[in-house]
Design a protein around this ligand. Sequence first.
Ligand code: 13P
Length: 337
Amino acid sequence: MIPKTLEEIANYIVRDGKGILAADESTGTIEKRFKSIDVESTEDNRRKYREMLFRSPAMAEAIGGVILFDETLRQKASDGNYLREVILDHGSLPGIKVDQGVKELESGSNEKITTGLDGLHERCQEYDKLGAKFTKWRAVIHVSDDLPSDKCIRENMNALAEYALIAQQNNMVPIVEPEVIMDGSHSVERCHVVTNQVLLILFEMLDKKNVNIKGTLLKPNMVVSGTENSYQATIQEVANKTIQCLKSSVPDELPGIVFLSGGQSDLDATAHLDAMNKIGGFKWKLSFSYGRALQQAALKTWAGNDSKLEAAQMAFSHRAIMNMKAAEGQWDKSLEN
Ligand code: 13P
């Protein structure tokens, strides 16, 4: 039974330790990923790679939703069925990225504002008809000694709230993704402060626009050290700080928090999620919406070689199951072997 209401859809996606596969790389980003394995980014190669993921054995068990790029929502699988139907056949829901990337916040600024509100209502009407059950919009927040600016946070969170309302008006659950970027020399404490501030303003804006929080999912970064910082927070520190940050900014009624991986290694992304769920003591489901941390191993295994498609499915399935265990606080490093 496909869930119908916003609240049913949101809860369905994160039920029983399930999480989200973020396979919504834009044409430019997937080209970069394919370049790393020396594969040309043709429409057919993108179809083949993504169909491999969607038909992998762990889909039904571990993946409650898949975020797609526009092309994939309209694309057919090798057997002539739509890829979105392949996803539904595995008991998972198709979703769609609806933002249109970022531009300079203002001329000469190092900060970004996400675009895509123009015509969003009309695009959402079509995506709803095509069968998308949820949507995603990503805002990007860079950290340095004097960034982010208040303007950057407020304008991005306002756009996220406006987007969320439009998605809900079109029967689709909004995933709101405010990503505080890991790149930089900032400390884990600074990441904590900025993430907290961003989330407080986001929920203030969602509330102001009367977005139904029970029919919304949050996709945040974890609280981690900047990649160039000389001190890298431990797994336990990241888990403690992230939980503390979320508890002070996210309402209990939100059904689920699905983290982005943001450049973390596959193992770190799993270990962090597991450590948080082992701490417990929160009302929301705490799960994953990983792109790179779910796909990296499969992408490398496939490397454009048709004889490796099955091995790539096994690599993807392993990561998906490991993250499902982590979403239940049941992961252990020994399971990786
Ligand atoms: P990563 O997990 O690779 O950060 O991707 C998640 C995503 O959807 C970014 O918008």
